[in-house]
Ligand binder design. Structure first.
Ligand SMILES: Nc1ncnc2c1ncn2[C@@H]1O[C@H](COP(=O)(O)OP(=O)(O)O)[C@@H](O)[C@H]1O
Ligand SMILES: [Mg+2]
Length: 280
């Protein structure tokens, strides 16, 4: 259905990138949660990070290190306990309507057709019916679901349901996509297809994508930048630029020395950050 991913080199100069306002700026962001009677639990501590506009950034790290919390802060569904989150130069307060958020368990509503599931955000935004139809049709075409608009979720395969979630995140035309382990539950073949399709969409629209994953291969395949989180407390332990050429073919990539270097470095970091008691 969709061919090999072609991602052309971006034209950027050092001068331009220096003056560009980041899509997200996190400054000293800490988020605490109340835990039982005996005080507070630090889910995320002192995050300082910039996400460039148009970049593909993967967040990786052990379970419970605050990745979903960072997405929730970015979507404005949570506010920081300390520090600030800026979106396109403006301090976030309240829900961030500039992002599409594809959550980890982004279930479709079983009583709505595919078309109506995808249209939800447009209905809430009071977009007129005809325009809704047109935009839903466009985005279903984009994710390869043309012709399935009248099906119910139970009539769609697992992969089609994932595509539907993606369509639902895209339909509003957000400049940024937040994606929380979107392909984690898929089998290897389907995950690979979805990764390539996502890259193709990214190439077309150059959205900013913040993508949470457990899978190091997936992160290296997709990302311009990989942010490695550690746990107890959740925090950023390392940021890795991924200067590998695009298009990236996972099979080819795996045998390249540059890939192996990045993989080894991050694997060691992930291993030590999931056993913090072993660290000095
Ligand atoms: N609403 C909440 N109330 C209390 N604790 C929470 C809440 N959300 C997350 N946490 C805790 O914060 C930590 C980080 O969670 P999360 O961001 O979901 O991690 P990750 O997505 O990296 O697995 C976890 O220990 C989790 O239990
Ligand atoms: Mg999570």
């Amino acid at each position: 259905m969709m061919g090999k991913v072609r991602v052309t080199e971006r034209t950027s100069t050092a001068g331009a990138s220096e003056t560009k306002v980041p899509e997200f700026s996190y400054r000293n962001v800490t988020r605490r949660f109340r835990s039982g009677r005996d005080g507070e639990f630090v889910a995320l501590e002192s995050v300082d990070l910039d996400i460039d506009s148009g970049s593909f950034v993967c967040l990786i790290g052990p379970s419970g290190c605050g990745k979903t919390t960072l997405l929730n802060l970015s979507a404005g569904l949570l506010s920081p306990s300390d520090g600030t989150v800026h979106f396109r130069g403006a301090r976030l307060s309240g829900v961030n309507t500039g992002v599409g958020f594809i959550t980890q368990h982004d279930n479709l509503l079983p009583w709505r057709t595919l078309e109506k599931n995808v249209a939800i955000a447009l209905e809430i935004g009071k977009v007129p019916r005809e325009e809704r139809r047109r935009r839903v049709a466009e985005v279903l075409e984009l994710v390869g679901l043309r012709g399935f608009s009248q099906r119910y979720p139970s009539q769609l395969s697992g992969g089609m349901q994932k595509r539907a979630s993606l369509a639902r995140g895209l339909v509003y035309g957000p400049s940024t996509l937040l994606m929380d382990e979107p392909f984690g539950a898929l089998d290897a073949q389907l995950r690979f297809t979805m990764q390539n399709e996502l890259l193709q969409i990214w190439e077309r629209d150059r959205k900013t994508i913040i993508f949470v994953t457990h899978d190091l291969d997936e992160a290296i395949l997709l990302a311009d930048k990989i942010v490695v989180f550690g746990t107890r407390p959740g925090r950023v332990v390392h940021v890795e630029d991924v200067p590998l050429n695009r298009p990236r073919d996972l099979a080819e990539l795996r045998s390249s020395p540059a890939y192996g270097e990045i993989w080894e470095r991050l694997w060691k970091l992930l291993d030590s950050s999931s056993h913090p008691e072993g660290a000095s």
